[in-house]
Design a protein around this ligand. Structure first.
Ligand code: HEC
Ligand code: HEC
Length: 290
């Protein structure tokens, strides 16, 4: 009896030791496996990104260069940069902390892609919610986007959000010659507002060819520059009266609300100087952002 117990105990201990060794080497084995598997999923995610996301989020997810899927023509990027330290670096990254999200970066991306933010121009993607992508395609593309996080992207000082001055007069001097490229291509204002040199060329929003004079009449105490500055940073604060298909609707405005995250101070100044015809801006009102 004593011997049986002793043998039993020894057998048990041996089993535990063997299991223990197996468990110790498990994380390493699992990691190699996950690495290879993720590699295949990331490749599939890259294809999903090219086919569905690059038109708005741009080549390499930088939101700098976007091409229309149908014609290949360069168009304004409507989405935010994704291959970007603000979204991917830090724990949590600043952009994700600012949204009050408490989960992982991967889940933030997967969740955003799944349900979209249709009210801000980001479509819903998961079939579950009426979008075109299967769950595994959403997973793969989220993995592909998360995978832009690397040491090079994240080694610099933490990115800072653009600090918009409360007065438009504090913007740098504008260069009107850069205006057309920014207005037509980089930010795609022309798709909604048309060509400022051609009356009636606007399809969605008001024509901006006379905004230098009309802008000054929109809000009491605002110069035209104050009004434009606020219109671009906070489209929903004031809804213009006349759009080409009837009264403009809102709030919320149908104009994208994320130019404050996408533009630099210089780009803002260049667009304003192109539309207002001045290189510096008069201000009598305050605009607070965000
Ligand atoms: C029609 C244009 C458009 C397409 C196509 C599009 N997006 Fe977006 N996406 C946007 C816009 C606009 C936003 C910003 C929404 C906001 O400001 O709330 C956005 C936001 C996001 C965000 C959140 C970024 C952040 O900083 O919070 C992620 C992640 C994202 N998109 C991923 C994707 C992926 C992946 C695809 C392809 C499956 C895709 N998007 C396709 C327009 C688009
Ligand atoms: C997706 C369409 C769309 C895009 C892109 C867009 N806007 Fe708008 N914008 C609108 C709509 C619709 C309105 C009217 C509703 C409102 O006042 O918010 C508007 C209003 C404005 C106004 C106020 C006009 C007035 O007569 O009072 C200004 C100024 C303006 N946009 C500038 C811009 C600039 C500059 C860009 C590019 C950086 C831009 N918008 C991009 C749709 C758009």
């Amino acid at each position: 009896m004593q011997i049986k117990i002793a043998i039993g105990t020894i057998a048990f201990m041996l089993t535990m030791i063997i299991l223990g060794f197996a468990a110790l080497s498990e994380p390493a084995r699992l990691q190699t496996y996950t690495g290879a598997r993720d590699g295949r999923f990331i490749e599939k995610g890259a294809e999903v990104f090219e086919a569905n996301c690059a038109t708005c989020h741009g080549v390499n997810g930088k939101a700098e260069e976007c091409y229309a899927a149908a014609t290949g023509e360069q168009i304004g990027c409507q989405g935010l940069p994704l291959n970007n330290a603000d979204l991917l670096c830090g724990n949590p990254p600043p952009r994700i902390a600012a949204q009050g999200w408490e989960g992982t970066t991967f889940d933030y991306i997967r969740g955003t892609v799944t349900s979209g933010r249709p009210w801000n121009g980001m479509p819903t993607w998961a079939q579950e919610f009426g979008g075109p992508l299967q769950e595994d395609q959403v997973y793969n593309v989220a993995l592909f986007v998360s995978n832009w996080q690397n040491d090079e992207l994240c080694s610099g000082p933490p990115p800072e959000a653009v600090a918009w001055p409360t007065s438009v007069a504090e913007l740098p001097e504008g260069n009107p010659d850069n205006g057309p490229q920014l207005y037509n291509v980089t930010y795609g204002c022309t798709a909604c507002h048309g060509n400022p040199a051609e009356t009636g060329s606007n399809l969605v929003g008001p024509w901006l060819g006379e905004i230098a004079s009309i802008g000054a009449t929109r809000l009491d105490g605002y110069t035209a520059a104050d009004y434009m500055y606020e219109s671009i940073l906070h489209p929903s604060n004031f809804i213009a009266p006349d759009c080409p298909n009837g009264p403009c609707t809102g709030p919320p405005s149908s104009m994208p609300a994320n130019f404050g995250q996408r533009m630099s101070l210089q780009d803002m100044a260049d667009i304003l100087s192109y539309l207002l015809g001045t290189t510096t801006f008069e201000s009598t009102a305050e605009v607070v952002y965000p």
